[in-house]
Design a protein around this ligand. Sequence first.
Ligand code: FAD
Length: 471
Amino acid sequence: MTSDVLVIGAGPAGYVAAIRLAQLGKKVVLVEQARVGGVCLNQGCIPVKALLHGASIIRNAAEARVMGLRFSGPEIDLVALYSWKARIVERLVRGIEFLLKQNGVELVRGRARFVDRERVVVTGEDGETELGAGSFIIATGSRPVRLSGVETDNRLVIDSSGALNLVEIPKRLVVIGAGAIGLEFATLFARLGSRVTVLEMFENVLPGIDHEIAAALQRLLEREGVRFHFGVQVKGLIHGTPAAVEFACGSDTRQVEADRVLVAVGRAGLTEGLELEKAGVETDEKGFIRTNENYQTTARNIYAIGDVRGGPLLAHKAMAEALLLAEVLGSEGRTGPTGRTPKQRFHAMPWCVYTDPEVARVGLNEREAQGKGLNVKVALVPASAVGRSLTLGRSEGLCKMVVDQKTDRILGVSLLAPDADTMIGEATVAVELGLTAEELGRVVHPHPTMSELLLEAAHAIHGRAIHIVNR
Ligand code: FAD
């Protein structure tokens, strides 16, 4: 069987590329070894956020006491909670399968490996099938990085996928890594009643984020009972009853007891078993596929998108790359309806972390902007400046806006605030389209909403904020 385009991997990168290419009239085959939806739908974005939502009800119920609403303590049926999450995933998986079918994408179940630049072999339940195509898109995603001395065994040591398959809540959970994944699970299990300790080799949470946001987030998590050790080097496990994680902190060697250890120290490109060398596709030292600015690999007719080509490992980045590449491949080099080619790539890439309140960021932070030699103006507005935050019972947090002093263009926004995941959409439009603080400040924002925090920050840049004292 020969198709115009064969896509390997049906995660957000692969299924989106396949559907758009089919809409553009291409004959598309999509090969997937597991369930459609990839890590995002099956082991990442969706299941984790579903569980976090469930766990937030526990905190909300406890906090309702100050509003005069009293509930008795929670009875947590972890198996039922996890099966609720599984039903959400199942529904979305079926939805993607339906859309693939309706758009005429042929879904082939099995594991693909290259024979050469024009052919792959797919090993599935019915044996091996050889498939040819004019172009190939590799969208095989990423896998957790392993930590030497703390290898995943799915009993004591788990990774993020293992954490989504537990049958009981660990009494003591040690999370290694204070990045997005580590902090989301720390939030989840702290709410479910675990005693959570986070070990991080850097000096703060979410390495790379502005220090004001990192410090405020750490304080909030500590208030929920999460304990942190920074600047640590994990040395290994001490097996026993209870087990413990041993780590070095300066000249000290310390231990922390654990019923489960969750390793969340980053992800690497998933290319194992693809036999890329047979197709002349090269990877870098971290296992990510090398691509040029058009997502083309070292083999001319083979492209790579999503996590497997590195960059920010985010589902929306994977989907955005899929759409750009599909427009180009599907319109024979003419620009698509968006009028864009991969060369005209987006430069504003938002990201969110679903702690409570959420953290979200887009564009440059203050240090990065200064590193580029820009003179910047900065506004810092506390979330409590906006009435809506108090009505939500979440007045902690802040918004930091960074603006180019010369042009007044908004370079970046960082948020720690309720609804930050939604608000960052507006900030992304501002950064992507090069809006100035003056322009954003002229746009009417609805009241009472958290979006007024962005408005206030745009005003504060010019010393015209109303709900905080201008500096
Ligand atoms: P994947 O989703 O990994 O899909 C790759 C697919 O390829 C898989 O289905 C795999 O089975 C298949 N495959 C691999 N090899 C082969 C082969 N040889 N043959 C056939 N099929 C193959 N991102 C966000 O933007 N927001 C979030 O909130 C968020 N939360 C996350 C939480 C967790 C715990 C994790 C782990 C990740 C999270 N991410 C989040 C990241 C997000 O899941 C990834 O960025 C996204 O899934 C990448 O999409 P992809 O299509 O590139 O790869």
